[in-house]
Design a protein. Sequence first.
Length: 403
Amino acid sequence: MSRILLVCVKFSTDAANGWLTNDLVDAFVRAGHSVDVIHLEWQEEHSVEFVTMANGARLLRLSALSFFPSWLPNIVRKGAKWLIASYLAARAAQKFIPPQAYDLVVGFSPAVVTDGLVKCYQQQAKKTLLLYWDFFPLAQYQLGLLPGGKIAAVVAHSFESKAVGRYSQVGCMTPANIRLFRSYFPKYSGRMMQVLPWGPAGLIDLSHRDEIRNRFAFSAGDVVCVFGGQLIPGREIERIGELAQRVSETLPTVRFAIAGSGPLAGLIEQQAANLPNLTFLGKLSRSRYCELLAAADIGIVLTSADFKVPNFPSKTVDYFRAQLPILGAVETFGDYTSIINEEIKAGLSCSVEDAAQLEKNLRVLVSDAAYRTECGRRGADYYLNHMSASNVVLRVAGDETCY
């Protein structure tokens, strides 16, 4: 049995609506490891909580904003949160979880947001692993989400580089991510491994598919294309409505369903009001979302054309678990399309800027139910063999490296 510490900014106390971090902790526990979790809540304010969860893992919940008086201007609190909250959190955390010789400390990107905590606990750890998916501040700068522009990006990159350097090993999603990491953090000398997004051990139950389709008002002949996720700028979500409009007459059996919440919800709702083949379902609970996937026929993956960071969108996890073929439209900078089309053969993906090819791929998937089934099966098989949380735990708790 190993002692594991997980440090993160996203963790749910609601078992029915957990994050990837919840799935990872559950898998560590099921594998027989002793697990502590320090959750530095990034958005909400709450009092300190230290509990033992139902699975036996210990959870310490701290709020980043609670370290700064509410009367401070919002911009000051936000800046201070990024710069020093994790260091203040480390002082508070030691009262509940003293530094000790963990076998593995796991952190997540951006590394800077939990740097103070990791610095405190990595000194006695045998191994530290950073799961690096969001390249900070590169992604934020490319999408125009970083206040202060290029100067701020240079300063933020300096802080992030220092935080990254604390880890003995880094896991990135794909080979393209690993290559970018090496070029973006050229001074990093640790080991690298590939770690794709993960999920629960089993597949989504499809045994009541017909009944579920009826509850969503999908007819037997409908080919349902689903998208679920955050409805935020930079995700190209509006392209689903555009695609729905283009095929409304020539593909009358195709239905598009979008689930999620965010700033673009109003736009999607307006598109759905004007398109009979597009349904906007709003934010769904985790269990309800899995039911939607069980009722669907195709899973849609979109990323921004402006995004120059290779990406393997995590929504692919649940599409694979629901045995859905992938209809992808993603950035050309990465290797998602080659992985889906050539390595796994789990669907059809293309450049997000190639609307004609996206429509062509949709028509191929819609016209061939047997091909959809085969793509879905291959995605599910790949998930079970490589992407379930239990498989990830076997790799990261051991000593495997890929690069």
